[in-house]
Design a binder for this molecule. Sequence first.
Ligand code: CUA
Length: 381
Amino acid sequence: MRMPVFRRTKRGLLVLTSLLLSSILFAACSEPASILDVAGPVADSERFMFYIIVIMATVVFVGVESALIYSIVRFRARPNTPNPRQLHGDMRLELLWTVIPSIFLLIILVFTIRGLVEVSPEAEPTVGTKYNVTAVAHQWWWEFYYDDYHISTADSLVVPTGATIHVNLFSNNVIHSFWVPNITGKTDVVPGHNNSRWFIADKAGTYIGICAEYCGTQHANMKFNVVAESNDAFQTWLSTQQNVAFNPTASKDQYSAEKGKSVFQNSCVSCHGIVGVNQNYSKSNPEPDPRKVCNGSSDAASDCLIGPNLTHFASRNLIAGGVLEHDPKGCADPASPDLYKTCTLAQWLKDPQGIKPGNDMSVSLSDADISNLVAYLETLK
Ligand code: CUA
């Protein structure tokens, strides 16, 4: 009677193993980021290292498994064969299986050191204009502060192609890790220890960035985009970002940007900043470096608000650390009865804790407030 139980367990294990293996496959499918499809020299160097190790490992695997299978078949026990010759140590064999693996490991070591030197801080080149950006890791979203321009944005790191980007990595909470698979490998973002990472994006495109160090319940929803564009497009973006927010004019519409602005002033200003509304940054009063003003134990300082700066919200393509994609078309009509179906921003404003449990946004807004806010935020290009 024991056999069926055993068989059932075995079948269960088989199903579990296949499910686990297929989940790896699906995980690979849903993520467009790849370390093999490189868009810059740092990722290129890392991909080269990956191939070296894969080739070495394949040679070892095929060699060892072939010898194993050959031995199993060639020297298998047959009826009436005498016991094989008994060996006690073989100097030649032992030398062989010590020296050959050492050579393989040595080759990998040489390439590893070469790779480490290529991507090290000392190897940071100056190609084109160098841009200094401070990436501030929050729980759980990324803020990007352009050091030389005193502007900050969230979820999108916009860069020109072919220029060196020097990223200062800052956290005042827990350890995070900055990773853009197509452009650069991971660098930890450690409180009290300012790491940095440089990269160059060779090809225009939008590349997904991921937090690669477990940092709390919403670690998986701490994504960002690196938007690499031509230098002209980048300069236009940069000068737009330096403007104060669009100021809506009076409107008789049921829902309007003007009404949305007052909803913002009543319900959002303790956590979010909009330059020209509740923040007065300008050329003569530039936005301060978050590394200097957000160094305390809380983010509550007036220059260091807990939520993303929304001055140019409408120019971004992610919402709330990438938990939702921002589709402005779906939000174009704030009076639409389908607003909560088509507009991710409205979904977010309606139920931030349902969409991203544990995040800092806990606000309850009426549907009218939400429609007005959608009308307002979508004008902030
Ligand atoms: Cu931040 Cu994981």
